[in-house]
Ligand binder design. Structure first.
Ligand SMILES: Cc1cc2nc3c(=O)[nH]c(=O)nc-3n(C[C@H](O)[C@H](O)[C@H](O)COP(=O)(O)OP(=O)(O)OC[C@H]3O[C@@H](n4cnc5c(N)ncnc54)[C@H](O)[C@@H]3O)c2cc1C
Length: 565
């Protein structure tokens, strides 16, 4: 495939996670000409595999106070720019009778959370409360009765996929070029200086030459590999974390438990599911090859069972796994590693023009991005001030209630609420664009509307079924795609004019991914049911015989982010 003519920018951002999209937005809003390249889809790395909290990190109070403060501050700003995407998650920390010196520990815990309250006001959180045993059990009857009381504290949740997509949409509205499924495969050099990126379109094979005086390495756990393209070193201590996802919300409150090694884990109602997480283990493998192991799953179940005894009776619908791009330190156990971030200008190590940011938290991404953009602007002589904490995301700027049209569609209030959650004040436009099909539901579990799928393909750069999953929560509910995948595939085919083999490859790809997430957590009847579902698709859908061995991205259609511009 021939190289296209070079394109010139002020900055090329590598990575479409929360930090890459956050920096792209900030740079574009300060008037810089920005290109962002992401080798997969937005939020396909750590940013789509976390616990979905823009929290303060109560546990960092003891050894990383600045991280707690920064995360609380930024959580408050994120709530301001994305009010539709944020939701409260109240937590209960129950104190088991069997805890050594339980009464004293409960007193200490109350004091601890009072100290946390000092920072909580930055993120509009309610103060902690000491609860009696009866009060805890009244709020959350599933909690183990062998407790002496508990303490509450308040956190905020967010849909991390929509957070990244919103950043990218806003960046694009301010002139940025967003290139998903484009891998940075080499850095351009002029002598020592890094002067751009050679990026390959992983769908068409086309090679793009993106020239820029600054290249921002925001590749998360892949940052060392990107830096190595310029012969520079970035050292991480990557930490693998898994989560189990339960069918619907099984508790009203998030519940904290101590694991066998005294680490804190939690069961958390999140959107319309419940998440059990998370582990934190040194990871030496490939960040592209991740799956949960039985040991990791058992570690979480054993821990939460101590405070929520019925957990094994609830249905796990899948697992998901991510790797934290934690800063390197030799010595501390994984849990005690700093969650602070670091910006490295590689000018000092023979690669001027390349700047890397690693570490940090989803909750502090906007402040981190501001700091990184300050560094980029400093190199370019741009003195514009940051406004990303003032200007709302698309959809975050007004009334998210739906117009009369929505009431006429005979959709459930729940479906409308979910649409308004994802699109804020933009929900009306999603329905209006769909015309006659506006009221059609593609999946009842979530629920997901045909209108939203078409909107995401036309306006949000979705190119594959998995992209639709990230943007709309298609196949994220209890059916995990078995009910909705064929209908969604047909919509994708119509919108992107896919051929039959392309379409089938898309279906197979999503089914395989869902299976990979589910299989480690299945046993007995649920495993048998899963095998039957798989067989139904493979035999009735004839997927195996159709020769669908390529991945969805091999056969996906042209980049719709580009089509938009
Ligand atoms: C298990 C777990 C739980 C967590 N829970 C929380 C939480 O609840 N709250 C919180 O605040 N933080 C949490 N975090 C931390 C948070 O998720 C991360 O700090 C954050 O998502 C990192 O974002 P990033 O953009 O730096 O990296 P990523 O999201 O990994 O993005 C990097 C991107 O770069 C792309 N890329 C890599 N190489 C190339 C290349 N050569 N060319 C183009 N693109 C490339 C990748 O595909 C990827 O999409 C958690 C993390 C994990 C793993």
């Amino acid at each position: 495939m021939a190289e296209a003519r070079p394109l010139s920018f002020d900055v090329v951002v590598i990575g479409g996670g929360v930090n890459g999209t956050g920096v792209a937005r900030d740079c574009a809003m300060r008037g810089l000409k920005v290109a962002l390249v992401e080798k997969s889809d937005l939020a396909s790395g750590a940013s789509g595999a976390n616990s979905g909290m823009i929290h303060g990190g109560a546990r960092y109070l003891l050894h990383d106070l600045s991280v707690t403060k920064m995360s609380c501050l930024d959580s408050g700003y994120i709530q301001r720019i994305a009010p539709h995407l944020c939701f409260r998650i109240p937590f209960i920390v129950p104190m088991l009778e069997s805890t050594p010196r339980a009464k004293m520990m409960l007193e200490l815990m109350e004091v601890y959370f009072e100290a946390y309250d000092v920072y909580q006001r930055h993120k509009n959180a309610r103060s902690s409360t000491r609860l009696t045993k009866e009060e805890v059990l009244q709020l959350e009857p599933g909690i183990n009765e062998a407790i002496i009381g508990g303490v509450t504290f308040d956190e905020w949740g967010i849909d991390p996929f929509r957070l990244c997509v919103s950043n990218a949409l806003s960046a694009r509205d301010h002139g940025a070029t967003i290139l998903t499924y484009h891998e940075a495969e080499a850095l351009l050099r002029d002598g020592e200086a890094v002067v751009g990126v050679r990026a390959r379109d992983l769908v068409t094979g086309e090679v793009l030459t993106l020239q820029a005086p600054v290249v921002a390495n925001l590749a998360g756990p892949w940052a060392p590999r990107v830096a190595a393209l310029a012969g520079a070193e970035v050292k991480l201590r990557p930490g693998k974390g898994i989560h189990l996802v339960y069918d619907r919300r099984i508790t009203n409150y998030a519940i904290v438990a101590a694991a066998i090694d005294d680490r804190q884990i939690f069961l958390e109602p999140h959107e319309n599911s419940t998440i059990l997480g998370t582990t934190d283990d040194d990871y030496y493998g490939d960040p592209d090859e991740l799956w949960a192991t039985e040991d990791e799953i058992e570690y979480l179940l054993q821990a939460i069972e101590t405070v929520f005894p019925s957990i094994r009776q609830h249905r796990v619908v899948r697992t998901f796994v991510g790797v934290r791009p934690t800063i390197f330190e030799y010595g501390p156990v994984e849990d005690k590693l700093t969650r602070d971030h670091r910006i490295v200008d590689h000018a000092g190590s023979g690669a001027p023009g390349l700047v890397t940011m690693t570490g940090g938290k989803l909750a502090a991404y906007r402040l981190m991005s501001e700091e990184m953009t300050d560094a980029i602007c400093g190199r370019l002589g741009n003195h514009a001030r940051c406004t990303t904490h003032e200007v709302p995301f698309p959809g975050g700027d007004g009334d998210a209630s739906l117009p009369e049209l929505a009431q006429q569609l005979k959709l459930s209030p729940y479906a409308l609420r979910r649409l308004a959650y994802r699109h804020g004040s933009g929900a009306a436009a999603v329905l209006e664009q769909a015309g006659e099909t506006a009221g059609t539901q593609v999946c009842r579990c979530e629920p997901v509307l045909e209108a939203e799928l078409r909107w995401s393909i036309r306006n949000e750069g979705a190119r594959t079924l998995d992209d639709l999953r990230r943007r709309t929560r298609l196949a994220m509910g209890p059916c995990q795609g078995f009910r909705c995948i064929a209908k969604a595939a047909e919509i994708l085919r119509q919108e992107l004019e896919l051929s039959e083999p392309q379409l089938l490859a898309q279906v197979l790809d999503l089914l395989q991914q869902r299976h990979r997430g589910k299989a480690p957590a299945l046993a007995g009847a649920s495993l048998a049911q899963e095998e039957l579902h798989q067989a139904r698709y493979f035999l009735l859908g004839d997927l195996a015989r159709q020769g669908c061995s390529g991945s969805a991205t091999d056969t996906a259609a042209k980049n719709t982010w580009e089509r938009e511009q």
